[in-house]
Design a binder for this molecule. Structure first.
Ligand code: CDP
Length: 218
């Protein structure tokens, strides 16, 4: 069984999905972390020519594990959980994620991972392209000001200002919504959750009650 949450950067998808996973005792899958991982690998390799880089993605040994509210990522034996959150990765990820070859690799990885168990996953195109038959789809959104403030408050980088974060979110939103390959889009059958002005507990409670009602997981 799979529950998906799509929406723009900073709308609260990932923190909400983690909390729901813990409360319902199901798995959590952070699809953005996988795009960040391949972006990190591309930067680490010295920004090689993309076609060859994408072709060799299956050679990398990638492991993911959700534990203690953190989505841990290991690449070729190295723990890169923190590295993939850095500003340099954020500045390059939407460009890398716009390539169909990158999307095909990440989609295959995700579909294999969730086979046979219950997961909640967050991303941009999960309800439309990756898991069109998901058991339940949410689309989360909030105003750009509120999303930038939330993301800035959770960052621990003295060199980055609120304006930098807002600029990065706007530019990623623009790229994510307008790319040809599986853009950020609300699925027709998604339940829309606007989190502007809502507390974290309120949005989690609202979504859990929808899950309870529709899926009867407990
Ligand atoms: O956490 P945040 O909202 O900042 O972004 P993320 O979920 O870590 O995703 C990083 C980037 O990966 C996004 O801006 C998208 O460009 C890309 N992405 C995507 O294209 N498709 C997904 N299903 C998830 C992420």
């Amino acid at each position: 069984m799979i529950i998906v949450i799509d929406g723009p950067a900073g709308s609260g998808k990932s923190s909400t999905a983690r909390e729901i996973a813990d409360r319902l005792n199901i798995g959590f899958l952070d699809s953005g972390a996988l795009y960040r991982t391949i972006t990190f690998l591309w930067l680490k390799a010295g920004k090689p020519e993309k076609a060859g880089f994408f072709e060799n993605l299956p050679e990398h040994d990638l492991k993911v594990e959700y534990r203690d509210q953190i989505f841990h990522v290991q690449a070729n034996g190295e723990d890169i959980t923190k590295e993939i959150r850095k500003h340099e990765v954020a500045s390059n990820v939407s460009e890398i994620a716009s390539h169909p070859e990158a999307r095909a690799f990440v989609n295959g990885f995700m579909r294999r991972l969730v086979d046979n168990s219950t997961y909640i996953a967050d991303g941009r195109d999960l309800g439309t392209a990756v898991f069109p038959d998901a058991d339940l789809k949410f689309y989360m959104d909030a105003s750009i000001k509120e999303r930038a403030k939330r993301r800035f408050d959770e960052m621990d980088d003295p060199d980055v200002t609120l304006q930098d974060v807002e600029k990065n979110l706007k530019s990623r939103d623009q790229k994510d919504r307008n790319r040809k390959a599986d853009p950020l889009k609300q699925a027709d059958d998604a339940v829309v959750i606007d989190t502007t002005g809502k507390t974290f507990d309120e949005q989690v409670a609202e979504m859990i009650s929808i899950i309870d009602e529709k899926l009867k997981l407990n």
